[in-house]
Structure formats: structure tokens, C-alpha cells
Design a protein around this ligand. Structure first.
Ligand SMILES: [Zn+2]
Ligand SMILES: [Zn+2]
Length: 200
């Protein structure tokens, strides 16, 4: 446990900090980490939270956001309810790309991929616990296909962070930020991953 004086230095109430600790499963699992973990007071809600990816987003520069994740989520929720047509348009664009992309994968492919990954996220190796999200290694928006070779399973966190980066770009991005990267055997890029679409 951090000394209370250290918590007060960051401007948060000790109780906020303690409830943050209780929420954090990472800490429960690894009490040794506590000694070098810092905290940050969110500029929106004023709560002091641990400066980890669980509570704050990190920019590609390595700097952390001043507003906590839950406040950011609240912001975008408000934005989406004000602009529902924008979210709908994005979903439509995605669906159109999904249909237009070459190739197709089957549920059996996902089952096989999950087995190969031992039910872990392709990028960070955390357990998916039977869940996870299908990720296009080369995004559809970058000309990726629906061939099984171009899809993998990722945790929600990685899929969100990856956005329109390719798998290689995302792994590089994680390395730069000092985040864990799963050790996977390097395979030469299958040309079908990025094969240009046949004219229709
Ligand atoms: Zn906040
Ligand atoms: Zn992950």
C-alpha cells in the first residue's frame, strides 16, 4: 500500500485511492507493483486513479491523457447520442467494406485460430476467456481481405487501440509504448492478406 502522504500529494482523497485499489484486479494479483505505480487526478471528475491503461489512455507519444477513461467514454457516449447518424454511417461503411472485401472466413476458422492462440489475444497474449473480437490484421479500410489468414482474435482493449493500424504497425506501436507484445512465430506476409480486389 502506498503511504497516504503520497496519495495526498496528488490531490486525491485517500478513500478515492483506496476504492481505486479495490477495483484494480491487476493490483490484487500483483501487490509488488504497488510500490512504483503512480496516480493521476482526472481533470474532469477529479478522482485520483492509478496511472495505468485500465484507467487512462496513453497517447502514441507515451504521454497519458489528463481525463480518465470513464470520463472519455462518457464524453463519446454523449457525443454519439447527439450525433446518432454519425455512428450509423460508420457502421454502414464498415458493413459495406466487409461485404466488398475478397474472401470469407467461417466460424470454424475462428475456432481454429482460438485454439492456435490458446484462447489468448493475438497482440498482448492476455486470456480471452472464450470471448474476444475478430480483428482484421490488415484492416478492411486499408485493403485487407476476409480470408482466414487476415483475421485473428484480439481482446477488446487491443482491438480498440489498433483502429486502422496494420498488425505490424500496431505491434510496433505497442513496443514503442513499452507494452507487452505476444511472441508469435513470424510468418512471411501472405499475399492474399493484401491482394488487390479483382475488378467486378
Ligand atoms: Zn474522470
Ligand atoms: Zn490484447
Amino acid at each position: 500500500m502506498l503511504p497516504v502522504t503520497k496519495v495526498l500529494k496528488f490531490g486525491g482523497k485517500p478513500n478515492d485511492y483506496l476504492s481505486t485499489i479495490r477495483e484494480s484486479s491487476t493490483l490484487k494479483n500483483n501487490r509488488k507493483e504497488e510500490s512504483f505505480m503512480s496516480t493521476r487526478q482526472c481533470r474532469k471528475c477529479g478522482q485520483t486513479k492509478l496511472l495505468t491503461t485500465q484507467f487512462f489512455n496513453q497517447l502514441s507519444t507515451g504521454n497519458w491523457r489528463w481525463v480518465c477513461k470513464s470520463c472519455m467514454a462518457e464524453n463519446s457516449r454523449k457525443h454519439h447520442t447527439k450525433n446518432p447518424e454519425m455512428a450509423a454511417a460508420r457502421r454502414e461503411r464498415y458493413k459495406a467494406r466487409l461485404v466488398a472485401a475478397d474472401g470469407a472466413y467461417l466460424p470454424a476458422d475462428i475456432t481454429r485460430i482460438r485454439k492456435e492462440l490458446k484462447d489468448n489475444c493475438y497482440y498482448c497474449d492476455t486470456s480471452l476467456r472464450g470471448a474476444g473480437e475478430v480483428d482484421h490484421k490488415t484492416p478492411l479500410s486499408r485493403g485487407g481481405t476476409n480470408y482466414p489468414e487476415n483475421v485473428t482474435l484480439a481482446c477488446r482493449e487491443c482491438n480498440k487501440d489498433k483502429r486502422d493500424k496494420t498488425a505490424e504497425e500496431f505491434i510496433e506501436w505497442r513496443r514503442k509504448l513499452g507494452r507487452p507484445v505476444a511472441q508469435r512465430p513470424t510468418t512471411s506476409l501472405d499475399p492474399r492478406l493484401v491482394r488487390p480486389r479483382t475488378p467486378r
